[in-house]
Design a protein around this ligand. Structure first.
Ligand SMILES: [Mg+2]
Length: 204
């Protein structure tokens, strides 16, 4: 059976409200709407650039912001805002009969990622969850943990995800439910691209 590696945030679950709400919480003067914030982000405009150009933050304040962001972004009070995309649970439950399913995430906290995936009822669906802890590369975790076949797939919402699949020598699928828009994702030349995971056809 071939493997499919799914990224978590923006691919299997809607985590954009969590990021937007935390941003608004940390920048009380921000009048950015959800769509405005995500139009910046999906165009690959970083927090640093937003803070500098829209809010005139100093470099010192930006680095304070970035540190606090990492400390807070995976706290339970924010993670509770995450929701699985519609139809994803049924989709994974069918897919598990034809593929070995893995989740690969660059979250900092393995414990909280596993708790959340368990809460969604997916621990029985996946063979394993790889959490980089932001100390390792997704590529290395997979390579050291799984026997790869050229017909395997990596599915994600960022350029980094597509690059990871390509480095592993497997197929790559990009989805538009997450952190990058179509134009930005196409720059990484995924093998296929779809609006959302449940529309993907792996029999290419
Ligand atoms: Mg993602």
């Amino acid at each position: 059976m071939e493997n499919i590696f799914f990224d978590l945030d923006g691919t299997l679950i809607e985590s954009r409200p969590r990021l937007y709400q935390l941003f608004q919480n940390m920048i009380p003067s921000s009048k950015l709407s959800f769509d405005e914030y995500w139009t910046y982000k999906r165009n690959k405009i970083s927090h640093k650039e937003i803070l500098q150009n829209v809010f005139s933050y100093s470099l010192e304040d930006i680095s304070k912001f970035e540190k606090e962001w990492l400390e807070r972004i995976e706290l339970p009070e924010w993670l509770v805002l995450d929701t699985p995309f519609e139809g994803i649970s049924d989709y994974l439950n069918k897919l598990k009969y034809t593929y070995k399913i893995f989740i690969v995430t660059s979250r900092q906290s393995e414990k909280r990622a596993l708790e959340q995936i368990d809460q969604f009822g997916w621990l029985d669906v996946v063979k394993k969850v790889f959490v980089t802890g932001q100390t390792q590369e997704k590529h290395d975790l997979i390579k050291n943990g799984v026997t790869i076949h050229s017909k395997d797939w990596f599915v994600g919402d960022t350029g980094k995800d597509i690059q990871t699949g390509k480095r592993l020598g497997i197929n790559t699928a990009a989805v538009l439910t997450g952190f990058l828009n179509e134009k930005k994702l196409l720059e990484y030349k995924p093998d296929i691209i779809e609006r959302e995971v449940i529309k993907l056809n792996f029999n290419k």
